[in-house]
Write a protein that binds this ligand. Structure first.
Ligand code: NGS
Length: 343
Protein backbone atom coordinates (compact mmCIF):
# COMPACT_ATOMS: atom_id res chain seq x y z
CA UNK A 1 0.00 0.00 0.00
CA UNK A 2 2.78 2.42 1.01
CA UNK A 3 4.69 1.43 -2.12
CA UNK A 4 1.66 2.24 -4.27
CA UNK A 5 1.34 5.67 -2.67
CA UNK A 6 5.01 6.44 -3.26
CA UNK A 7 4.79 5.31 -6.90
CA UNK A 8 1.67 7.38 -7.58
CA UNK A 9 3.23 10.43 -5.95
CA UNK A 10 6.31 10.02 -8.12
CA UNK A 11 4.09 9.65 -11.17
CA UNK A 12 2.29 12.91 -10.40
CA UNK A 13 5.61 14.69 -9.98
CA UNK A 14 6.94 13.31 -13.28
CA UNK A 15 3.75 14.23 -15.19
CA UNK A 16 3.87 17.73 -13.66
CA UNK A 17 7.50 18.16 -14.67
CA UNK A 18 6.89 16.98 -18.24
CA UNK A 19 3.85 19.25 -18.65
CA UNK A 20 5.73 22.21 -17.20
CA UNK A 21 8.65 21.61 -19.51
CA UNK A 22 6.35 21.36 -22.56
CA UNK A 23 4.51 24.57 -21.69
CA UNK A 24 7.83 26.28 -21.13
CA UNK A 25 9.26 25.19 -24.47
CA UNK A 26 6.07 26.15 -26.25
CA UNK A 27 6.24 29.68 -24.85
CA UNK A 28 9.86 30.02 -25.73
CA UNK A 29 9.23 28.88 -29.28
CA UNK A 30 6.32 31.25 -29.81
CA UNK A 31 8.23 34.15 -28.44
CA UNK A 32 10.32 34.92 -31.47
CA UNK A 33 8.18 33.70 -34.33
CA UNK A 34 9.81 35.76 -37.02
CA UNK A 35 13.08 37.20 -35.81
CA UNK A 36 14.45 37.50 -39.34
CA UNK A 37 11.91 40.21 -40.10
CA UNK A 38 13.68 42.45 -37.62
CA UNK A 39 17.23 41.94 -38.74
CA UNK A 40 19.10 44.71 -40.48
CA UNK A 41 19.83 44.46 -44.15
CA UNK A 42 23.51 45.14 -43.86
CA UNK A 43 24.12 44.48 -47.55
CA UNK A 44 22.97 48.08 -48.16
CA UNK A 45 25.80 49.15 -45.85
CA UNK A 46 23.15 51.30 -44.34
CA UNK A 47 23.92 52.37 -40.81
CA UNK A 48 20.68 54.30 -40.59
CA UNK A 49 18.61 53.72 -37.52
CA UNK A 50 15.68 52.46 -39.54
CA UNK A 51 17.78 49.40 -40.35
CA UNK A 52 17.54 48.57 -36.68
CA UNK A 53 13.87 49.38 -36.43
CA UNK A 54 12.34 52.83 -36.35
CA UNK A 55 13.33 55.14 -33.53
CA UNK A 56 11.87 57.77 -31.27
CA UNK A 57 12.92 61.17 -32.57
CA UNK A 58 13.71 64.15 -30.39
CA UNK A 59 10.86 66.63 -30.55
CA UNK A 60 12.24 69.36 -28.27
CA UNK A 61 13.68 72.69 -29.32
CA UNK A 62 17.39 73.16 -29.61
CA UNK A 63 18.09 75.27 -26.53
CA UNK A 64 21.80 75.71 -27.09
CA UNK A 65 21.61 76.97 -30.65
CA UNK A 66 23.34 73.86 -31.93
CA UNK A 67 22.15 72.06 -35.03
CA UNK A 68 20.64 68.62 -34.54
CA UNK A 69 23.19 65.86 -34.98
CA UNK A 70 22.99 64.09 -38.34
CA UNK A 71 20.62 61.13 -38.68
CA UNK A 72 23.64 58.90 -39.09
CA UNK A 73 26.70 59.76 -37.10
CA UNK A 74 29.72 60.44 -39.32
CA UNK A 75 31.93 59.15 -36.51
CA UNK A 76 30.89 55.50 -36.82
CA UNK A 77 33.61 53.04 -37.68
CA UNK A 78 31.75 49.75 -37.91
CA UNK A 79 33.68 46.77 -36.56
CA UNK A 80 36.12 47.62 -33.79
CA UNK A 81 39.36 45.83 -33.17
CA UNK A 82 39.13 45.36 -29.40
CA UNK A 83 42.29 45.95 -27.47
CA UNK A 84 42.75 45.91 -23.73
CA UNK A 85 45.70 48.00 -22.56
CA UNK A 86 47.78 46.14 -20.02
CA UNK A 87 47.65 47.39 -16.44
CA UNK A 88 44.58 49.48 -17.12
CA UNK A 89 43.21 51.11 -13.98
CA UNK A 90 39.96 52.96 -13.46
CA UNK A 91 41.99 56.12 -12.82
CA UNK A 92 43.62 55.73 -16.25
CA UNK A 93 40.22 55.30 -17.90
CA UNK A 94 39.02 58.46 -16.12
CA UNK A 95 42.03 60.38 -17.42
CA UNK A 96 41.34 59.19 -20.93
CA UNK A 97 37.79 60.59 -20.99
CA UNK A 98 37.93 63.97 -19.23
CA UNK A 99 35.02 65.31 -21.30
CA UNK A 100 32.58 62.88 -19.63
CA UNK A 101 30.60 64.80 -16.99
CA UNK A 102 30.49 63.55 -13.41
CA UNK A 103 27.96 60.77 -13.03
CA UNK A 104 28.94 59.33 -16.43
CA UNK A 105 26.93 61.76 -18.56
CA UNK A 106 27.99 62.85 -22.02
CA UNK A 107 26.43 64.83 -24.85
CA UNK A 108 27.98 65.85 -28.13
CA UNK A 109 29.57 69.30 -28.10
CA UNK A 110 29.05 70.34 -31.70
CA UNK A 111 25.48 69.19 -32.26
CA UNK A 112 22.32 68.48 -30.32
CA UNK A 113 21.85 64.77 -29.75
CA UNK A 114 18.77 63.21 -31.27
CA UNK A 115 18.64 60.42 -28.72
CA UNK A 116 18.82 60.20 -24.93
CA UNK A 117 19.76 56.83 -23.52
CA UNK A 118 20.35 55.59 -19.98
CA UNK A 119 22.67 52.60 -19.72
CA UNK A 120 21.84 50.41 -16.72
CA UNK A 121 24.51 47.96 -15.58
CA UNK A 122 23.74 45.52 -12.73
CA UNK A 123 26.87 44.88 -10.72
CA UNK A 124 28.61 43.24 -7.80
CA UNK A 125 32.28 42.31 -7.42
CA UNK A 126 33.09 42.74 -11.09
CA UNK A 127 35.31 45.82 -10.91
CA UNK A 128 37.69 44.40 -13.50
CA UNK A 129 34.88 43.91 -16.03
CA UNK A 130 33.38 47.29 -15.28
CA UNK A 131 36.66 49.03 -15.95
CA UNK A 132 37.06 47.33 -19.34
CA UNK A 133 33.45 47.98 -20.27
CA UNK A 134 33.71 51.68 -19.39
CA UNK A 135 36.94 51.93 -21.36
CA UNK A 136 35.13 50.73 -24.51
CA UNK A 137 31.56 51.87 -23.95
CA UNK A 138 32.21 55.60 -23.55
CA UNK A 139 33.91 56.10 -26.94
CA UNK A 140 31.43 53.66 -28.53
CA UNK A 141 28.44 55.75 -27.39
CA UNK A 142 30.19 59.02 -28.19
CA UNK A 143 30.77 57.93 -31.77
CA UNK A 144 27.01 57.37 -31.96
CA UNK A 145 26.49 61.01 -30.91
CA UNK A 146 24.11 60.13 -28.13
CA UNK A 147 23.22 62.06 -25.02
CA UNK A 148 23.71 59.32 -22.44
CA UNK A 149 24.42 58.46 -18.83
CA UNK A 150 25.80 55.28 -17.35
CA UNK A 151 24.21 53.96 -14.15
CA UNK A 152 25.86 51.09 -12.30
CA UNK A 153 23.42 49.45 -9.91
CA UNK A 154 25.39 47.73 -7.22
CA UNK A 155 23.79 45.05 -5.00
CA UNK A 156 24.77 45.56 -1.35
CA UNK A 157 25.66 42.63 0.93
CA UNK A 158 26.50 39.01 0.12
CA UNK A 159 23.09 37.50 -0.31
CA UNK A 160 22.36 35.78 -3.66
CA UNK A 161 22.45 38.14 -6.63
CA UNK A 162 19.14 39.36 -8.00
CA UNK A 163 19.86 40.99 -11.33
CA UNK A 164 16.18 41.55 -12.07
CA UNK A 165 15.59 43.65 -8.93
CA UNK A 166 18.68 45.69 -9.77
CA UNK A 167 17.26 46.42 -13.23
CA UNK A 168 13.95 47.66 -11.80
CA UNK A 169 15.84 49.76 -9.27
CA UNK A 170 18.01 51.16 -12.07
CA UNK A 171 14.99 52.21 -14.10
CA UNK A 172 13.28 53.96 -11.20
CA UNK A 173 16.45 55.76 -10.16
CA UNK A 174 17.49 56.78 -13.67
CA UNK A 175 14.01 58.06 -14.49
CA UNK A 176 14.01 60.17 -11.34
CA UNK A 177 17.05 61.94 -12.65
CA UNK A 178 15.84 62.52 -16.21
CA UNK A 179 13.02 61.61 -18.57
CA UNK A 180 15.18 59.15 -20.51
CA UNK A 181 13.76 58.08 -23.88
CA UNK A 182 15.55 54.79 -23.88
CA UNK A 183 16.80 52.32 -21.27
CA UNK A 184 19.61 49.95 -22.20
CA UNK A 185 20.14 46.98 -19.86
CA UNK A 186 23.73 45.93 -20.12
CA UNK A 187 25.61 42.95 -18.69
CA UNK A 188 28.92 44.11 -17.28
CA UNK A 189 30.95 41.43 -19.07
CA UNK A 190 29.76 42.19 -22.62
CA UNK A 191 31.71 44.54 -24.84
CA UNK A 192 30.06 45.68 -28.08
CA UNK A 193 32.38 45.38 -31.05
CA UNK A 194 30.51 47.17 -33.82
CA UNK A 195 29.36 50.74 -33.33
CA UNK A 196 26.63 50.43 -35.96
CA UNK A 197 24.80 48.67 -33.14
CA UNK A 198 23.13 51.94 -32.22
CA UNK A 199 22.00 52.27 -28.61
CA UNK A 200 18.62 53.87 -29.29
CA UNK A 201 15.12 52.52 -28.76
CA UNK A 202 12.57 51.54 -31.37
CA UNK A 203 8.85 50.93 -31.60
CA UNK A 204 9.41 47.49 -30.06
CA UNK A 205 11.81 46.27 -27.39
CA UNK A 206 15.27 45.47 -28.66
CA UNK A 207 17.64 42.63 -28.18
CA UNK A 208 21.10 43.92 -29.08
CA UNK A 209 23.47 41.10 -28.01
CA UNK A 210 22.62 38.66 -30.78
CA UNK A 211 26.14 37.57 -31.68
CA UNK A 212 28.37 36.90 -28.67
CA UNK A 213 31.77 35.26 -29.19
CA UNK A 214 30.97 32.72 -26.44
CA UNK A 215 28.09 31.40 -28.57
CA UNK A 216 30.04 31.42 -31.84
CA UNK A 217 28.65 34.84 -32.84
CA UNK A 218 25.10 33.58 -33.20
CA UNK A 219 22.06 33.20 -31.00
CA UNK A 220 22.42 30.32 -28.52
CA UNK A 221 18.68 29.70 -29.05
CA UNK A 222 16.00 31.60 -30.97
CA UNK A 223 14.27 32.99 -27.92
CA UNK A 224 17.47 34.24 -26.27
CA UNK A 225 16.81 37.71 -24.87
CA UNK A 226 19.80 38.23 -22.63
CA UNK A 227 23.01 40.23 -22.41
CA UNK A 228 21.97 43.62 -23.76
CA UNK A 229 18.33 44.64 -24.24
CA UNK A 230 16.54 47.98 -24.64
CA UNK A 231 13.13 49.37 -23.84
CA UNK A 232 11.51 52.77 -23.91
CA UNK A 233 10.16 53.59 -20.43
CA UNK A 234 6.65 53.00 -21.82
CA UNK A 235 7.56 49.56 -23.20
CA UNK A 236 9.19 48.71 -19.89
CA UNK A 237 6.09 49.73 -17.95
CA UNK A 238 3.93 47.72 -20.34
CA UNK A 239 5.77 44.50 -19.51
CA UNK A 240 5.81 45.51 -15.83
CA UNK A 241 9.61 45.38 -15.83
CA UNK A 242 11.56 42.41 -14.54
CA UNK A 243 10.07 39.83 -12.15
CA UNK A 244 11.39 40.17 -8.60
CA UNK A 245 11.56 36.50 -7.65
CA UNK A 246 14.59 35.18 -9.57
CA UNK A 247 17.52 34.72 -7.20
CA UNK A 248 20.82 33.58 -8.70
CA UNK A 249 21.79 32.82 -12.28
CA UNK A 250 19.41 32.20 -15.15
CA UNK A 251 16.04 32.81 -16.74
CA UNK A 252 15.17 36.33 -15.62
CA UNK A 253 16.04 37.34 -19.19
CA UNK A 254 13.89 34.55 -20.64
CA UNK A 255 11.10 35.76 -18.39
CA UNK A 256 11.12 39.31 -19.73
CA UNK A 257 11.34 37.86 -23.25
CA UNK A 258 8.07 36.11 -22.41
CA UNK A 259 6.64 39.31 -21.01
CA UNK A 260 7.37 41.03 -24.31
CA UNK A 261 5.56 38.22 -26.12
CA UNK A 262 2.63 38.22 -23.69
CA UNK A 263 2.31 42.00 -23.99
CA UNK A 264 1.94 41.37 -27.73
CA UNK A 265 5.08 43.23 -28.69
CA UNK A 266 7.78 42.08 -31.05
CA UNK A 267 11.53 42.01 -30.62
CA UNK A 268 13.84 44.04 -32.83
CA UNK A 269 17.34 42.79 -33.41
CA UNK A 270 20.39 43.98 -35.32
CA UNK A 271 21.98 41.63 -37.81
CA UNK A 272 24.51 39.07 -36.64
CA UNK A 273 27.21 41.17 -38.23
CA UNK A 274 26.32 44.28 -36.28
CA UNK A 275 25.07 42.88 -32.95
CA UNK A 276 28.47 41.46 -32.05
CA UNK A 277 29.91 41.30 -28.54
CA UNK A 278 32.90 39.93 -26.78
CA UNK A 279 32.17 38.32 -23.44
CA UNK A 280 35.00 38.70 -20.96
CA UNK A 281 35.76 35.29 -19.50
CA UNK A 282 34.89 34.59 -15.90
CA UNK A 283 33.80 31.80 -13.60
CA UNK A 284 30.35 31.67 -12.07
CA UNK A 285 30.33 34.17 -9.20
CA UNK A 286 30.06 32.76 -5.70
CA UNK A 287 27.01 34.84 -4.83
CA UNK A 288 25.26 34.02 -8.09
CA UNK A 289 24.89 30.26 -8.20
CA UNK A 290 22.59 28.65 -10.77
CA UNK A 291 18.97 29.08 -9.78
CA UNK A 292 17.55 25.54 -9.69
CA UNK A 293 14.00 26.85 -9.42
CA UNK A 294 14.28 28.97 -12.54
CA UNK A 295 12.22 26.91 -14.98
CA UNK A 296 9.44 26.63 -12.38
CA UNK A 297 9.25 30.42 -12.20
CA UNK A 298 9.41 30.72 -15.96
CA UNK A 299 6.43 28.41 -16.40
CA UNK A 300 4.51 30.65 -13.99
CA UNK A 301 5.36 33.78 -15.96
CA UNK A 302 1.89 34.07 -17.55
CA UNK A 303 0.22 34.31 -14.12
CA UNK A 304 2.98 36.34 -12.58
CA UNK A 305 3.88 39.08 -15.03
CA UNK A 306 1.14 41.57 -14.22
CA UNK A 307 1.29 40.84 -10.51
CA UNK A 308 4.99 41.17 -9.89
CA UNK A 309 7.57 43.43 -11.43
CA UNK A 310 8.18 47.15 -11.67
CA UNK A 311 4.89 47.73 -9.85
CA UNK A 312 6.47 46.47 -6.61
CA UNK A 313 8.99 48.53 -4.75
CA UNK A 314 11.63 45.90 -3.87
CA UNK A 315 14.74 47.87 -2.99
CA UNK A 316 16.10 50.72 -0.96
CA UNK A 317 18.91 53.04 -1.95
CA UNK A 318 21.92 52.87 0.34
CA UNK A 319 24.09 55.37 -1.51
CA UNK A 320 24.31 57.31 -4.73
CA UNK A 321 27.65 58.61 -5.97
CA UNK A 322 28.32 60.66 -9.04
CA UNK A 323 31.70 59.26 -10.04
CA UNK A 324 33.72 60.55 -13.00
CA UNK A 325 32.63 57.82 -15.43
CA UNK A 326 29.31 56.57 -14.00
CA UNK A 327 26.68 57.06 -11.36
CA UNK A 328 27.02 54.34 -8.76
CA UNK A 329 23.81 53.47 -6.97
CA UNK A 330 24.16 50.91 -4.19
CA UNK A 331 20.89 49.25 -3.28
CA UNK A 332 19.61 46.73 -0.79
CA UNK A 333 17.31 44.27 -2.57
CA UNK A 334 16.76 42.15 0.55
CA UNK A 335 16.08 38.41 0.40
CA UNK A 336 13.03 36.33 -0.59
CA UNK A 337 11.64 36.92 2.90
CA UNK A 338 11.73 40.68 2.84
CA UNK A 339 13.60 43.90 2.55
CA UNK A 340 15.58 43.69 5.78
CA UNK A 341 19.15 45.01 5.76
CA UNK A 342 21.48 43.06 3.44
CA UNK A 343 23.07 40.04 5.16
C1 NGS B 1 20.42 30.28 -20.86
C2 NGS B 1 19.67 30.84 -19.66
C3 NGS B 1 19.63 32.36 -19.74
C4 NGS B 1 21.05 32.88 -19.90
C5 NGS B 1 21.71 32.23 -21.10
C6 NGS B 1 23.14 32.70 -21.33
O1 NGS B 1 20.45 28.94 -20.86
O2 NGS B 1 19.03 32.88 -18.60
O3 NGS B 1 21.72 30.81 -20.91
O4 NGS B 1 23.83 32.67 -20.16
N1 NGS B 1 18.31 30.30 -19.70
C7 NGS B 1 17.97 29.19 -19.05
O5 NGS B 1 18.68 28.65 -18.22
C8 NGS B 1 16.61 28.65 -19.38
S1 NGS B 1 25.30 33.17 -20.08
O6 NGS B 1 26.14 32.22 -20.79
O7 NGS B 1 25.37 34.47 -20.68
O8 NGS B 1 25.65 33.21 -18.65
O9 NGS B 1 21.05 34.28 -20.08
Amino acid sequence: MVKLKVVSCLLVVVVYMVLSELAFLDYLQKMFQSPKKYAVDISRRNYMYEGYGDVHQTKGQNKEGLPLCPMTSPLLRGGINLTFPSELTLAKVEQKYPHVEHGGRYRPHDCQARHHTAIIIPHRDREHHLKLLLYHLHPFLQRQQLDYSIYVIHQAGNFTFNKARLMNAGVREAMQEREWECLFFHDVDLIPIDDRNIYVCGSNPKHAAVAINKFGFKLPYDAYFGGVTAFTPQQYRTINGFPNNYWGWGCEDDDIGLRVYMAKMRVQRPSLEVGRYKMIRHNHDKGNSVNRERSKYLVNAPENWKRDGLNKDMYEVISRERLPLYTNITVNVGTPTGLHPPP
